[in-house]
Design a protein around this ligand. Sequence first.
Ligand SMILES: *Cc1c(COP(=O)(O)O)cnc(C)c1O
Length: 422
Amino acid sequence: MSGVWPGSAFTRRDGELLVGGVGLRDLAERFGTPLHALDEEEVRRRCQAFRRAFPGADVAYAGKAFLCRAMAGWVAEEGLALDVCSAGELAVARAAGFPAGRILLHGNAKTPEDLHDALEYGVGRIVVDSFHEICRLATLRPASRLLVRVTPGVDGHTHAAMNTGVDGQKFGFPLSTGAAAEAVRRVLAQPGLTLGGLHCHLGSQITGAAAYEEAVRRMVALLAAVREEHGVTLDELDLGGGFGVAYRPGEPELDPETAGEAIGKTLRAACAEHRTPVPRLTIEPGRAIVARAGVTVYRVLGVKRGLVAVDGGMSDNPRPGLYGARYTARLVGRRTTCAEREVTVVGRHCEAGDVLARDVPLPADVRPGDLLAVPVTGAYHHAMASNYNLVRRPPVVGVGFGRARLLVRRETPEDLLLRDVG
Ligand SMILES: *Cc1c(COP(=O)(O)O)cnc(C)c1O
């Protein structure tokens, strides 16, 4: 069980909420609303927590959760590696000077541009996802190590749209059909390719360690089978990301210590059982690094019939619509003694489904002009934002050590018109 605000969050007596030592009302006045505040210290603390919980492992931040140059820089300084899955994410990593050798390229359908740019920059690892891709890579002869993405057939017990470890979804080579073993065979048969190890990713928002433990047992069995068949000892096992976080107070989350201990123990036991050397572990947390570092600040524009409408919505947070995700919200920037009542916070978009937080207790005197803060918005929010209704995407403001710094500016009408070249 866990809280949902960044560790630095602190409510002053006047009702102002400080994050990273900076007041959210001050931020709203300086940068406008809606805005995303991102707590640098929280990001760094979580990077450190994963490194401590998985000693000896390579911790790769999954950049798709949120990436900008500053974020890439923090992650690099904390000694993490970086997952990218497009030429765009790679371009940001490059612009931040992220060391190429510590970058992994993912994707079930990598474009020629993705592969070209990754090879040009010299990324350390490429995770292969199809037989066709093995053929393409064989002609490109990359210097990168390859990992074969295996679908271990383990159910992460998460939302179907995020359940990537089961057979029948679009990622990876199924273990059950023998496709994974065949992929290993084909990579090893290519003299121009270097097979480094195996990869799997069970999905996202996984709140128990059991699915990871089952994946470890199945993946170690495959490592042992590869050793038996080819006499090749693969020295890397990448278990992907998916470590779940709480979005509302009291929801379960998978903390790094629990996961690290369970996975490490199971890995050593499974390797002993198969008499195979313990591979170096790689994990790829995205959400668990950055989700709780983010807080979104909205301004209330209207109140009617238990609905509080704010100046953002599904364009800055598509997750309620995509996954039925639930959020909490609170009033910030002023004090009130008014009793609370349950309301639903809705956005400004032209869809009835544009709901940000259903049934949340807010003071009964919430009125237009007030500021609301929604926590746990650091991952898959700005990264998934759209321009629906030609609403301009909000800025990302880095906070920490009592200071605020604009990391990504708000879009302008000119930004929208720049691409409209007809
Ligand atoms: C999405 C993804 C991750 C990160 O998932 P989180 O739930 O954000 O931890 C890691 N690895 C791969 C291959 C992914 O697709």
